[in-house]
Design a protein around this ligand. Sequence first.
Ligand code: ZN
Length: 264
Amino acid sequence: MFTPKAHKIDDTTYRITEYDRGHAINMYLLTGSEHALLIDTGLNLTNVPKAIRRITDLPLWVCNTHGHSEQILGNHWYPEVFFPEEDEDVFRKYMQENPSERNSPSGRFGNLIGAVYNPLQDLIRYNRPSEHEDLPEDGFFDLGGRIVGILKTPGHTHGSVSYLDEASGRLFCGDLVGEKEIRVDFEESSPLDVYETTVSLLLGLVEDSKISQLYPSHGNSPLPADILRTAQEVSSMVLKGDYKDSMKITYQGIEFRFRLTGND
Ligand SMILES: [Zn+2]
């Protein structure tokens, strides 16, 4: 299994990326003086623990932003994962997905890779399931000289959370927003008004200079915090307008998919 390359954001913050059909899936590693924190575990396409151990030997905490495949399928590598309990049903729905099927390699090297690693992947996944821990009740992780706050940010899924590195103002936001796409249209997404409330509350934190940049799960990272304004505008426009229950529109270069009635 390949070891992914870690991109250094600063001396204590790294982005680890897997590629799913050419699209980047981002995980983030934050270190303090006492603990390291991995935010999301990827699609289980690469050996992420090995990449982490090349960076730090601190005790590792692992957490998820939400229960979709791109965030959870690597959870089995770690004995315990902090998980937002409101998304447990989403986790159960997506944990059985096999990314090796949708990434079935083509070409002679691809076939070789597929033959070698697909069976191994399944063995690892199902032999070592991880336990879920509830997120800390005090609402933050203390990594030692570095506080990472936990914010409930429902919308994309009803249990989605984001993690705020308080000193730097970096918000690790899962699939709350993306550079090219915002999705609030899943069966497990919240009603659109809930998403609109989430982005409005986060915009308040941007205005208070508590959030400066967004670190999403997909594509380019970081994104400017202004993208929350775009998300808020398009949500409120849709909520006021005459739209069908579920559809897709493009607004300021972002494809926005929504359902007006969602799953609380
Ligand atoms: Zn997602």
